[in-house]
Design a protein around this ligand. Structure first.
Ligand SMILES: *Cc1c(COP(=O)(O)O)cnc(C)c1O
Length: 225
């Protein structure tokens, strides 16, 4: 576990950007690592955990159900509408809402499960539909769709920096997307951006949620152990 190093990077980046580290939520992305690593992180005080597939997330959430304080589960991966019925049972925050149909499916499932799920609108920074995320022009419509659902809370915006472009450059579009979401719900202030290799650049553009895997846990095993 390399938590101290990651916390140190967050501290310095915040100092550099004139920001308070208290504004930053570190989401430890534990995909392909076992539930025992979630427990180890929890022992160290990391209670925000991210996963990118329903199958893994559901199993780990079940195995970590008794933890106190409870884990806040963040779903950060591509999400198909048929998985919503499962995801709403454990996810507290879904970072990857990128289309109106998905917002509606999540909303109806959350309402039926009597859950409130916070949703971030994922914006595409390179407009490549294959990589997930809504084009900037569609962000307001997706945000409206989330806000209209009784079972959902519009929390903010999320982005993954595209490959092959310097992160600082890719993140230049993020403030506009964040503004579009705030235009729908003024309190939707979260900005989920920044991974192991670009958390400094994300902090510089105002990220509130960092999704960090490799820098905390090392290289991911190919299969779940
Ligand atoms: C895996 C993953 C991360 C973490 O990436 P690292 O480079 O290991 O820090 C962050 N966000 C998403 C959407 C992911 O799938």
């Amino acid at each position: 576990m390399r938590l101290a190093a990651v916390r140190g990077r967050i501290q310095s980046a915040c100092r550099e950007a004139g920001r308070d580290p208290g504004e930053i939520t570190l989401v430890a992305v534990t995909k392909r690592f076992p539930a025992s690593d979630v427990r180890a992180l929890h022992d160290l005080g990391v209670t925000d955990i991210g996963e990118n597939t329903d199958q893994e997330a559901a199993a780990k959430a079940a195995r970590c159900a008794g933890l106190d304080p409870p884990v806040t589960w963040h779903f950060v991966g591509r999400l198909q509408t048929n998985k919503c019925v499962s995801v709403v049972t454990y996810a507290d925050v879904v970072h990857s809402v990128d289309r109106v149909r998905l917002a509606r499916a999540l909303g109806s499932r959350a309402r039926r499960a009597d859950r409130k799920v916070t949703c971030f609108v994922q914006v595409s920074l390179d407009e490549d539909p294959d990589r997930g995320g809504a084009p900037l022009a569609e962000v307001p419509a997706v945000a409206e769709a989330v806000a209209a659902e009784e079972g959902l809370v519009l929390g903010g915006v999320m982005a993954v920096a595209p490959l092959g472009v310097p992160a600082a450059e890719a993140f230049e579009r993020l403030p506009r997307a964040a503004e579009a979401v705030r235009g729908v719900a003024p309190r939707a202030l979260a900005i989920s951006a920044g991974m192991s290799h670009d958390l400094e650049e994300a902090i510089a553009v105002g990220a509130t949620h960092l999704r960090v895997g490799t820098a905390l846990l090392g290289g991911r095993p190919a299969f779940v152990r």
